[in-house]
Design a binder for this molecule. Structure first.
Ligand SMILES: Nc1ncnc2c1ncn2[C@@H]1O[C@H](COP(=O)(O)OP(=O)(O)OP(=O)(O)O)[C@@H](O)[C@H]1O
Ligand SMILES: [Mg+2]
Length: 269
C-alpha cells in the first residue's frame, strides 16, 4: 500500500531522513518515535510533499508520489491530511468555517473568497464535528475552545478532505493527559471505523504502545526499530532514544531535550 525505499532527505550535508525503507501492506495505525531531531517531522513532510526528497522512492497504492506535479500533487496532498501539534486553526474564525477549510483543495477561488460553501459541505462538517463529540462548539470561535477541542477541530478539518492517510505530527504534545487521551482515541476510532491509515509522530512511548499497531523508532534519520508494541521493550527504547542507563520508561524525546520545562507532561496514566 505504502512503500518507501531508501528515502533520504538532506539539508546540506546533514541527512534528516537517512535511507529509510518502510513497507505498509494494509491500513494501520503507525506510531513514529525518536528523540528530538531524529527526523520524524521531516519524514512526514516528505511524504506529504511539503519537503522534497533528495533520494529514494515513495509509492502509495503502486503510484510514485514523489514525481507528482501540479493538480496531481495537490490531490495527493489532499489524500494525506496533516495534523500539527499547534492545531493550525484560524483562531478568530468559527469552528465550522475552520472545518470547511478542509474542502479548499476542491473549491474555486471565487467561492473561497466569498466564503460560500454548499449546504451539503456544511452538513458534512457538522456531522464530522458530531462524530468527534464537539458539534455544539460549531458556532464558537476556534480560540474559545480548549486545546483538546481545537485538535479535534483540526481532525475534523482533515476528515473533510476524506483522506486516505492521516499524518499527525505530535498531535498531543501540547495537550494535558486527559485531552491527549481524547485526541488519541479519536484518531484510533477514525482508523478502526473508516479504515484510514494513520501515521502519528509521538514523543511518549506508552502512547505509541497503547494506540498503535506498529511502532517505528528513528534515530539520526534512520529507522532503528520497526515492530509491534510488544516488541518495543525498554532495552529497545533505550536504543532508540540513545539515552544512558538512567533512561526510564516515561522518558520522551521532549523530556530529554527539555528536562526542566514544566509544560512537557508525558502521558503516563
Ligand atoms: N528546513 C530545515 N533546514 C535545515 N535543517 C533542518 C530543516 N528541517 C529539519 N532540519 C534538521 O533535520 C533534522 C531532523 O529534524 P526533524 O524536525 O525532522 O526532527 P524531529 O524528529 O521531528 O524532532 P522533534 O522531536 O524535535 O520534532 C534535525 O537535525 C533538524 O535540525
Ligand atoms: Mg518534529
Amino acid at each position: 500500500m505504502l512503500r518507501l525505499e531508501s528515502l533520504t532527505k538532506r539539508f546540506g550535508a546533514k541527512a534528516a531522513v537517512d535511507n529509510v525503507s518502510i513497507e505498509v501492506s494494509k491500513p494501520m495505525m503507525i506510531g513514529i518515535i525518536g528523540r528530538s531531531g531524529a527526523g520524524k517531522s521531516t519524514l512526514l513532510r516528505v511524504l506529504n510533499r511539503l519537503a522534497e526528497a533528495t533520494e529514494g522512492t515513495a509509492e502509495f497504492e503502486g503510484r510514485d508520489i514523489l514525481g507528482l506535479r501540479g493538480r496531481e500533487m495537490r490531490a495527493w496532498q489532499s489524500d494525506c491530511a496533516m495534523i500539527f501539534q499547534q492545531f493550525n486553526l484560524v483562531p478568530r474564525m468559527d469552528v465550522v468555517s475552520n472545518v470547511l477549510h478542509g474542502t479548499l483543495a476542491r473549491r474555486s477561488t471565487l467561492a473561497t473568497v466569498m466564503n460560500l460553501y454548499p449546504q451539503s459541505d456544511i452538513h458534512m462538517a457538522i456531522d464530522i464535528l458530531d462524530r468527534l463529540g464537539i458539534a455544539e462548539q460549531a458556532p464558537k470561535r476556534a480560540e474559545a475552545l480548549s486545546g483538546g477541542q481545537q485538535q479535534r477541530v483540526a481532525i475534523a478539518r482533515a476528515l473533510m478532505q476524506d483522506p486516505k492517510i492521516i499524518l499527525a505530527d505530535e498531535p498531543i504534545a501540547s495537550l494535558d493527559p486527559m485531552n491527549a487521551q481524547v485526541v488519541m482515541e479519536s484518531l484510533r476510532r477514525i482508523h478502526d471505523e473508516d479504515g484510514r491509515m494513520v501515521i502519528c509522530n509521538l514523543h511518549t512511548l506508552d502512547t505509541a504502545r497503547r494506540y498503535c499497531d506498529r511502532v517505528i523508532g528513528m534515530r539520526d534519520g534512520r529507522v532503528v526499530f520497526d515492530g509491534t508494541p510488544e516488541q518495543l521493550t525498554t532495552g529497545v527504547a533505550r536504543d532508540i532514544y540513545g539515552a544512558d542507563a538512567s533512561f526510564s520508561e516515561a522518558a520522551t524525546s521532549t523530556e530529554i531535550e527539555t528536562l526542566n520545562a514544566p509544560q512537557a507532561v508525558p502521558v503516563t496514566a
